[in-house]
Design a protein around this ligand. Structure first.
Ligand code: 13P
Length: 250
């Protein structure tokens, strides 16, 4: 039985004070570990947020990392630094970096390997553009992104990967995938993971859905057999809108 996993991606929002207040409210609202929960604040607030949620059922993730363990990489953070900051997770390949900043697949693959080797769980994001969906390329795009991003991972590394299916056309647009569209994509992703890494890995793999998840649509999406959670953007910025999504998962 796969445990549902709800993560909040705060993107480049919150101040130091509001991130700490939000983390505190989320930690107070999550009373058990029936659902895995994480919040992913902007990098400058990772340490403060990790301190606030320490001892609660809420974990912390970074939104990006470099693949090197250290070096002359101005502006970047290594997986080890993210661990030291008190994080368990790191988001890799979010479309706002993959498409928005043109991060190439090879680079993302290196990041997944480095993060998982360091002991972090990578939340690896994949998803098609609207034009790709409209021209029936969704499965080909997902297969390519999975093959490229997870290429060469060891059994140990793949066990520390969570996938997030985020159709790019649904991110921040209010246009959520229908439960059926989400289920179809998730079933395809699981089947593809099975082909590459074996059925056991595929059955254990947590696959989150992301893209305009809100309290009022979460339950229908989370009910789908291959949807194991959600990566939430806008609705994770307030405890009043994030906690009901966690409740919908439990
Ligand atoms: P929204 O929930 O704001 O659409 O963002 C989704 C997302 O990008 C999560 O990573």
């Amino acid at each position: 039985m796969r445990k549902k996993f709800i993560a909040g991606n705060w993107k480049m929002y919150t101040s130091k004070a509001s991130s700490v207040a939000l983390a505190k409210s989320v930690a107070e609202g999550v009373k058990d570990d029936r659902v895995s929960v994480a919040v992913c604040p902007p990098a400058p607030w990772l340490v403060a947020v990790a301190e606030i949620v320490k001892g609660s059922f809420v974990h912390v993730g970074a939104q990006n990392c470099h693949y090197a363990s250290e070096g002359a990489f101005t502006g970047d953070m290594s997986p080890q630094m993210i661990l030291d900051a008190g994080c368990r997770y790191v988001i890799i390949g979010h479309s706002e970096r993959r498409h928005g900043l043109a991060e190439p697949d090879l680079f993302l693959n290196r990041k997944v390997k480095a993060a998982t080797s360091a002991g972090l769980t990578a939340i690896f994001c994949i998803g098609e553009l609207l034009a790709e969906r409209e021209t029936q390329q969704t499965e080909a795009v997902l297969a390519f992104q999975l093959d490229a991003g997870l290429s060469g991972l060891t059994a140990e590394q793949i066990s520390r990967v969570v996938l997030a299916y985020e159709p790019v056309w649904a991110i921040g647009t209010g246009k959520v995938a229908t439960p059926q569209q989400a289920q179809e994509a998730h079933a395809f992703i699981r089947q593809h993971i099975g082909k590459r890494f074996g059925n056991d890995v595929a059955q254990q793999m947590i696959i989150q859905y992301g893209g305009s998840v809100k309290a009022d649509n979460a339950q229908e999406i989370l009910k789908q057999p291959d949807v194991d959670g959600a990566l939430v953007g806008g609705a994770s910025l307030k405890a009043e809108t994030f906690l009901p999504i966690i409740q919908a998962a439990s």
